[in-house]
Design a protein around this ligand. Structure first.
Ligand SMILES: Nc1ncnc2c1ncn2[C@@H]1O[C@H](COP(=O)(O)OP(=O)(O)OP(=O)(O)O)[C@@H](O)[C@H]1O
Ligand code: NI
Length: 329
């Protein structure tokens, strides 16, 4: 693998409420190379957003990082002070969220909001910042960027607001963009345009993208690699093509089986029976065990580690009985 830009190692995060602790993320490790797109997928509550928010240190106060390390270009992010953090956010890592309208200030025009990120980090006069803001709006595919710059968020569609958010996120040319469900609030045709914008960013600027989604269609379209999360852990991680062709973890296998096939071979969506576990205690066994059709007695003893697979050096799975053993034997 090329030199990593982002390295997350053994990251664990808890939410502490008065009467309960939620073990939201447990021992998550992955790397991201410059210009690479890694998708994190998994069902609701699996910890995707918690991992994403930890990287720009945007977790809420009740969250505690209890272990692990996050490095971006060699900088230990968990050790940064507030002032360093402010300059690091936006300049080196930026975030795009699901609801672009909520991310914009309703009473400030778009041009000023884009210019604000420029003037707060760079030595620019207002006129130059405005000019660059309009240029950014143009570059994210907004026709009539001057008009958009004068508009207020409520005057724009959701898709246009998301383009503005991408403009703001990319204003300072960060090395890494974290996009948390960036298209799930948008119409399908608009989704494709937004994904195209992200793809262009990666190609033209070499921006690495951590894409959080529950949509395998989106994954297949833009990601190089995919990490599947279940109950706060990465259960499988590898190249998208390999994963779509031959998922190794029984959960990934089931997740992909729930997708409608393009060839019409599977007309109905199949739900995975059962529920993910409560996260109120640290796992003492494989968290997928109660839903797993392939469980061995060993799976009760301790959660399986995420290990590289023979034959696919970059394909890792956390399972004592991965699917490929069936396929091979
Ligand atoms: N502020 C919080 N306080 C307590 N628990 C929280 C908090 N935020 C998230 N959690 C819990 O942490 C776990 C992981 O949540 P997270 O939002 O990271 O999942 P997700 O994979 O992003 O889900 P979704 O697909 O619904 O966005 C869940 O069990 C969730 O209920
Ligand atoms: Ni989420």
């Amino acid at each position: 693998m090329p030199q990593a830009l982002l390295e997350v190692r053994d990251l664990s995060i808890e939410y502490r409420a008065r009467d309960a602790t939620v073990y939201a993320v447990s021992g998550v490790s992955f790397q991201l190379a410059p210009g690479e797109v890694l998708a994190i997928v998994g069902e609701s509550g699996s910890g995707k957003t918690t991992v994403g928010m930890a990287i720009p240190r945007l977790l809420p106060g009740e969250a505690a990082v209890t272990g692990g390390a996050i490095r971006l270009g060699g900088t230990d992010l968990l050790a940064l002070h507030d002032a360093e953090l402010r300059s690091y956010r936006g300049r080196r890592v930026a975030m795009i969220f699901q609801d672009p309208v909520a991310g914009l200030n309703p009473v400030i025009d778009i041009g000023s909001q884009v210019a604000e990120i420029l003037t707060s980090h760079l030595q620019l006069d207002r006129k130059e910042a405005r000019r660059r803001a309009v240029d950014l709006l143009y570059r994210v595919g907004l026709a009539e960027p001057e008009r958009v710059a004068r508009a207020y968020p409520f005057q724009l569609s959701g898709g246009m607001c998301q383009r503005v958010m991408i403009g703001i996120a990319t204003a300072l040319d960060p090395e890494l963009i974290i996009a948390d469900e960036p298209t799930s609030a948008l119409d399908v045709t608009i989704q494709a345009q937004i994904l195209y914008q992200l793809e262009r960013l990666r190609q033209e600027r070499g921006t690495a993208i951590l894409l959080i989604t529950h949509d395998f269609g989106v994954v297949a379209q833009v990601a190089d690699r995919v990490a599947v999360m279940y109950a706060g852990r990465i259960v499988e991680e590898g190249p998208v093509r390999e994963m779509l062709k031959q998922p190794l973890h029984p959960y990934s296998h089931a997740l992909l089986a729930t997708l409608p096939r393009v060839d019409g071979a599977r007309a109905h969506l199949h739900q995975i029976p059962g529920q993910p576990p409560e996260l109120t205690r640290p796992a003492e066994r494989c968290p997928f065990l109660p839903r797993c059709p392939k469980a061995l007695s060993r799976c009760r003893q301790e959660p399986p580690p995420l290990l590289e697979q023979p034959g696919g050096a970059t394909h890792r799975v956390a399972c004592y009985n991965p699917v490929w053993q069936d396929a091979a034997g």
